[in-house]
Structures are given as structure tokens and as C-alpha cells.
Design a protein around this ligand. Structure first.
Ligand SMILES: *Cc1c(COP(=O)(O)O)cnc(C)c1O
Length: 229
């Protein structure tokens, strides 16, 4: 299949999943995660109608962003170290992986220096896996309470990356938990505009859409298997 055919198939599956639960498919943004694929492949995806590209490493993204002329928005979906915050703010339109107060402060500082308001999602470790990034449920609300004071940071929702489960239905409880956390956060922090839920990848995005995802991060279902590096 070509990238265009894969994009069309992903969009059709998102639309079917949305309609199953009475959602408007237009509420779901496809972020095509292009890590390990070259700029020319990203341009193919943009030509196929993709508007948003995800990367998980700042350096790798920097090289590709420099090569691409087609208009698109860039999303940092991988773990972000505080010492790369400034470069990330320069390169990306969205950061999906805000997971500490220290990183929030660094992003805000970079936003101030670069005259930019950084759009970010707080990553939640919904399955409470010790080896994973993201804040725990207990850490989430205190963090949301503090970030409201940072003028160059705009927190617009939550993100989760649940453990892989061969059965996509197995991660439904994780998606449901993130949805519930967003609802609770919206009622506790009405001053923030927590509209987004970034959840769902190639093997489970339909379940994520059924559970309320507004951004799905899709790599292999659009680009094919990643080359082993
Ligand atoms: C690679 C990656 C994805 C996409 O994974 P696929 O299974 O290829 O769709 C989504 N989110 C993050 C954070 C990733 O690193």
C-alpha cells in the first residue's frame, strides 16, 4: 500500500470508530509519527493530506524540519529532557510529553525568550509503570495547579502511552482513566483550556477514539514498519 492509501484507511477507521460512539470524526487529529523515516517520506504524507507530524527525538526532528518546505505542524511526542527544552520550543508547535514542574519552567522560559506561547499536554503514566515517563495521578493535579502561573506555557490537555497489549481492548481501561482525569481536571481548573486527549497508536487508535481521543499518534499504520536502526 502507498502512504496515501494507508492515510485514507486510517481516516476511514477513525471515522467508523467515532460514529460508533456518536462522535464527530472531525474532532480527531491524526499526528503522523515519522521517527526514523526520512524527510522525503514525510513529504509524501503531507501530500496525502497529513497536516501534523510527530517526532520523538529533538535532534532527529531538527534535521528533518530543516529539509521540509511543505507546511505542517510539528509535535514532540517523546520524552523531553530539560536541557533540550529551548531547542524543542524553537522547533515544535506542540509538546505532548510535559512531565515535570522543572520542564514546565524551562519551556516557559524558552517561550519567553523566543516570544512564543508553548502548547503542551501533560503526559500521565496511567498504568503507573515504574519504568515509564509521565506523571502519576497523584502528581497531576498539583502540577496543573502550578503551570497556570506560567505565561508562556499553554496546557491544553493530557497524553498517555499505555503499555502494549496485543489485545487493543485491553488498554481501554487506561484510555478511560485518562478521559476521566481530563474531566476532573477541567472541573478543578476551569482557567486552563484542557481540550485535548492525545491517546491511541497504530494498534489501538480505534479504541482510543471510542474513548474520546482528540489526537491519535500514528506511526506504522501510516508509514509502514520502521527500519531497524
Ligand atoms: C512511535 C510512537 C508512536 C507511534 O507508534 P506506532 O505504534 O508506530 O503507531 C506514538 N507515540 C509515541 C510517543 C511514539 O514514540
Amino acid at each position: 500500500m502507498t502512504i496515501k492509501e494507508r492515510v485514507e484507511s486510517v481516516r476511514a477507521r477513525i471515522a467508523a470508530a467515532a460514529l460508533r460512539v456518536g462522535r464527530d470524526p472531525g474532532e480527531v487529529l491524526v499526528v503522523a509519527v515519522a521517527k526514523s523515516f526520512p524527510a522525503s517520506t514525510i513529504e509524501e504524507a503531507i501530500a496525502a493530506g497529513i497536516s501534523d507530524i510527530g517526532e520523538n527525538r529533538v535532534q532527529e526532528a531538527q534535521a528533518k524540519i530543516g529539509e521540509i518546505n511543505a507546511p505542517c505542524r510539528w509535535h514532540m511526542v517523546g520524552h523531553l529532557q530539560t536541557n533540550k527544552a529551548r531547542l524543542a520550543v524553537r522547533l515544535f508547535d506542540w509538546v505532548h510529553s510535559l512531565d515535570s514542574w522543572k520542564l514546565a519552567q524551562e519551556l516557559d522560559k524558552a517561550g519567553s525568550t523566543l516570544g512564543k506561547r508553548v502548547r503542551a499536554l501533560v503526559e500521565v503514566n496511567v498504568a503507573e509503570e515504574p519504568t515509564k515517563t509521565g506523571v502519576t495521578e497523584i502528581e497531576l493535579f498539583p502540577l496543573l495547579e502550578r503551570v497556570g502561573s506560567l505565561p508562556h506555557l499553554s496546557i491544553e490537555g493530557l497524553m498517555a502511552m499505555p503499555p502494549f497489549d496485543p489485545d487493543p481492548d485491553g488498554v481501554r481501561p487506561c484510555f478511560r482513566r485518562l478521559t476521566r482525569l481530563r474531566e476532573e481536571a477541567v472541573s478543578r481548573f476551569p482557567e486552563l483550556s484542557l481540550r485535548h486527549l492525545s491517546m491511541g497508536m497504530s494498534h489501538d487508535f480505534e479504541v482510543a477514539v471510542e474513548e474520546g481521543a482528540t489526537m491519535v499518534r500514528i506511526g506504522t499504520a501510516i508509514f509502514g514498519a520502521r527500519p531497524q536502526g
